[in-house]
Design a protein around this ligand. Structure first.
Ligand code: KG4
Ligand code: ZN
Length: 427
């Protein structure tokens, strides 16, 4: 548990899964997954069994240190502050993750001191991560190499300073343990986050008929992705300006609601629906009828700004009405465009992922719209991640890395030039 107090240290670390390895289990491979692309530091160990064409996964351990409480105080995520938090939390989180899935080894002190030359080299690898180096050395000195075959790490998209924390940590472990690294695209992780269904339950990757369509909605992204096969993606539409989650956050801020604004707006909108509070104003649905799959949310956000300016001081009911109409507008555009794309590409499966996939109105509208499609010749099923896995996590990174690794059975070296943070990486 990273449970400290005071200004910089408000983290809650949630373990969502823990189990010891069954000795009778047919071992295939284990992957350590690392996620630091934004404001959650997350580590997981996944075990992968079965044929490379249809692997099944178990989560042996998953720990998340969320920085949300810290960023709430500032109304958003500041990259330098986020980077410091990741650097501070990653080693304690790693220790917990390892102890949980390799409990028999318990980080025993074996006094098998690492060769000083190796430590020097490690210092070089972590030259930009002094705090991490200082915390990692005493730990690694006493850690017997665990049975881990590869390390999956998010290399983009995201905030580059925070991505580097995870990448450098992966490089350090890769060097010490002499195992490869698998670079993972964070957005592929969100697509694959629908597969784990229940805590502690083994899961396999669905054998859908391709193409599958994916709607990815988060604080940094809004895109429709054509999935031609696992690992084969084409972005067919995306936002021209703000991401939908970003628009939720900014509108919440205009109404003095805390960060992250998505869940706050969603609560107010839900109240408005329950209380039958309907707005006597209409907000725009930008790009609703354009003949492409792109989005734009900055005009909608600006329309809310002008509306609030004209309304003057907002009472609780005004906020509820604005939240409802804003949510209706944003979700109508997402739903209409996604349905158009499903029809055009004749996709029978829709996967929704990312932080905004937690929004219950989005969920119900997409279910309604895809159900309506079933009366036509397009039969479509829609899949969402569990609420826990809508936010950033390391399980989804482990799945994406595991799929790559089982297919090719190789990763890259910690010295590879491909191991770089790419804030704008696309699918
Ligand atoms: O995927 P995510 O955890 O992080 C990014 O990669 O951005 O997404 C975070 C975003 C935030 O903008 C947050 O306000 C939004 O997801 N969000 C929601 C809801 N829960 C989180 N937006 C609308 N409704 C929600 N219930
Ligand atoms: Zn994300």
């Amino acid at each position: 548990m990273v449970e400290t107090n005071g200004f910089e240290n408000r983290h809650t670390v949630t373990s969502i899964e823990s189990s010891n390895l069954s000795s009778s289990a047919k071992r295939f491979m284990k992957i350590l997954a690392i996620e630091t692309s934004c404001d959650e530091t997350a580590l997981a160990v996944l075990e992968i069994k079965g044929k490379p064409s249809s692997p099944s996964f178990s989560v042996l351990s998953h720990h998340v240190a969320s920085q949300i409480a810290l960023h709430t105080q500032y109304g958003g995520v500041f990259p330098a502050m986020a980077k410091r938090e990741h650097a501070k939390n990653i080693v304690p989180l790693f220790k917990e993750t390892m102890e949980q899935c390799f409990s028999s080894q318990k980080f025993q002190v074996k006094s098998q001191k690492i060769d000083p030359k190796k430590i020097k080299k490690l210092e070089k690898i972590l030259e930009r991560e002094r705090e991490m180096f200082d915390a990692l050395v005493p730990l690694i000195q006493n850690l017997k190499k665990p049975k881990i075959d590869a390390i999956a790490v998010t290399t983009g998209p995201g905030l580059e300073p925070t991505l580097w924390v995870g990448i450098n940590f992966a490089r350090a472990l890769s060097y010490i343990w002499n195992i490869p690294v698998i670079p993972v695209n964070h957005m592929e992780g969100h697509i694959l986050s629908i597969f784990p269904k229940k805590k502690g339950k083994e899961f396999s990757i669905g054998s859908f008929q391709f193409p599958v369509l994916s709607l990815l909605v988060s604080g940094g992204h809004t895109e429709i992705v054509l999935v031609k096969g696992w690992g084969k993606y084409k972005v067919i539409g995306q936002t021209k300006d703000d991401a939908v989650g970003e628009a939720f956050d900014k509108v919440a801020r205009m109404m003095d609601l805390p960060y992250p604004g998505g869940p706050e707006i969603s609560k107010f909108a839900l109240d408005a629906r329950r209380e039958m509070l309907k707005a006597d104003f209409k907000l725009p649905r930008p790009m609703l009828h354009t003949p492409n799959f792109d989005f734009s949310f900055s005009g909608l956000k600006t329309a809310v700004l002008y509306l609030i300016r004209d309304m003057g001081k907002l009472v609780e009911n005004d906020k509820k009405k604005i939240a409802r109409e804003f949510e209706d507008a944003a979700i109508e555009v997402l739903t209409v465009k996604t349905m158009k794309a499903l029809k055009k590409y004749k996709a029978g499966t829709l996967i929704v992922g990312g932080g905004v996939a937690a929004n219950s109105h989005l969920r119900s509208e997409l279910v309604k719209a895809t159900t309506a499609l079933q009366d036509t010749r397009y039969k479509t099923r829609v899949y969402f991640p569990t609420k826990e896995l809508t936010t950033d996590n390391a399980i989804m990174i482990g799945i994406a890395g595991g799929l790559q690794f089982t297919k090719a059975n190789k990763g890259i070296s910690y010295t590879s030039k491909k191991l770089v943070a790419d804030g704008n990486m696309s699918l």
